[in-house]
Structure formats: structure tokens, C-alpha cells
Design a protein around this ligand. Structure first.
Ligand code: AMP
Length: 215
């Protein structure tokens, strides 16, 4: 059985969730979204949901211990044995290291790290229209500004780590859903399947920089 382990990174509104759903359907692997898992816990009224609800409403990050434990459990589930599309995690350096260690422990390297590049203005505009359609409590202009600031402070360094390791495939996320998905499918079809861990400086992966697509 072929497995496919994909990571999607990018700001709110970059369409990575939409594309992750498409990749999930096309390749028969679960879409693992920390944001969706937290929102489900809140909707179900679980203990985790009660703990994280005020954090999501404020746009801050849920503590790493909780988030890492959630992902560790999720990736150990049977349906993730054939791969996964990870969306919304890792969001900071601590989580990136934890993911590295988890994947090393189960001998499952990432096949692709897809980076959805989008400017703040377009991201904010898109989230504004999503707020209209979905009514998410964290899609208000104030909370969106905070989430975007956290993205720049904490998640962008994670993007840079994958870039430095030569594992990043940069997508221009300002295009249509169909165009972005077509590029993703090409990238996945040519994926070498054995990307180096982010913390080895790309030394084990040879010259992966050719994978970097210009936006
Ligand atoms: P998202 O749907 O990915 O935008 O996530 C919604 C909210 O869930 C975020 O604003 C955070 O409060 C929380 N969240 C999602 N993923 C993470 C993560 N990896 N680490 C910490 N908090 C997270």
C-alpha cells in the first residue's frame, strides 16, 4: 500500500483547509486538522472543549502539551496508518520538533510540505467572507488580526525551517481552488517520498531546493 504524509502550512484564509479536504478525498487519507478537532471538542462539550473554548475565541494558541498530545493520539489511530494530511499543526517551533520526533519514532517521513503563500490583505478579506458564511467566533476582524500576528511571529519560523531543509513546496494561494489543486497533484506525483527531517539542515536529502516552486 502506498502511504502519503502531507503537511499544509499557511496563513488563515490561504485555502489550505479546502485543499487538505481535497487531498484527503483524492488519496483516501484522513484530513487531520487541529482547529477542526478543537471545534468538535467544543461542540461535543468535552473536558478538552471546555478548556480550549476561551482560547479559540481569543485567537491565542492552545498550550503545546494539549495540542501535541492530541496529534500524537490522532496519528496513532488506524485510519492514519496509510497516511494523513496534517493541517494547522505544527504552529510553532516546539510543535515542529515534537512532530519530527513523532514521525521519526514511527518511521514515517513527510512526503510533502505544502506552503500556501498569501498576503495579509487577501487573507483578511477572505476570512471576512468566510465569517459571513460560517459564522466562526474567531473570524472577527480583531481576532483575525491577532491570529495573523501569531502566524507571523510563531508559525513563519516553522515555514522557514522546512524551507531551509529543502522540503518546502511553495504555492501561490491567490489563485483558484482548481489551479492550486492541480499544482498540488503534480507536486505529490513527483514527490520523492522520503523527505529529510526538518532539523537535519537538509543534509540527508541532497539537493531538494529544486522542489521549491516559485509562486
Ligand atoms: P484553525 O482552524 O487552524 O485556524 O485553528 C483555530 C484555533 O484553534 C486557533 O486560533 C488556535 O486557538 C487553535 N489551534 C489550532 N491548531 C493549533 C495548534 N497547532 N496549536 C495551538 N493552537 C491551535
Amino acid at each position: 500500500m502506498t502511504t502519503i504524509n502531507v503537511l499544509v502550512l499557511g496563513p488563515q484564509g490561504s485555502g489550505k483547509g479546502t485543499q487538505a479536504t481535497r487531498i484527503s478525498a483524492a488519496h483516501g487519507v484522513p484530513h487531520v486538522s487541529t482547529g477542526d478537532m478543537f471545534r468538535a471538542a467544543i461542540a461535543d462539550g468535552t473536558e478538552l472543549g471546555r478548556q480550549v473554548e476561551p482560547i479559540l475565541v481569543s485567537g491565542e494558541l492552545v498550550p503545546d502539551e494539549l495540542t501535541i498530545a492530541l496529534i500524537r493520539d490522532r496519528l496513532a489511530k488506524d485510519d492514519a496508518a496509510g497516511g494523513f494530511v496534517l493541517d494547522g499543526f505544527p504552529r510553532n517551533a516546539v510543535q515542529a520538533e515534537a512532530l519530527d520526533e513523532m514521525l521519526r519514532a514511527i518511521g514515517r517521513p513527510l512526503d510533502a510540505v505544502l506552503f500556501f503563500q498569501l498576503d495579509d490583505e487577501t487573507a483578511t478579506r477572505r476570512v471576512g467572507s468566510r465569517a459571513h458564511e460560517e459564522g466562526r467566533s474567531d473570524d472577527t476582524p480583531e481576532v483575525m488580526a491577532r491570529r495573523l500576528a501569531i502566524y507571523h511571529e510563531q508559525t513563519e519560523p516553522v515555514v522557514e525551517r522546512y524551507r531551509a531543509a529543502g522540503t518546502l513546496h511553495t504555492l501561490n494561494a491567490g489563485r483558484s481552488v482548481a489551479d492550486v489543486f492541480a499544482e498540488i497533484e503534480t507536486a505529490l506525483a513527483t514527490s520523492p517520498g522520503q523527505l529529510p527531517a526538518v532539523d537535519d539542515g537538509g543534509l540527508s536529502g541532497g539537493s531538494r531546493s529544486s522542489r521549491e516552486a516559485s509562486p
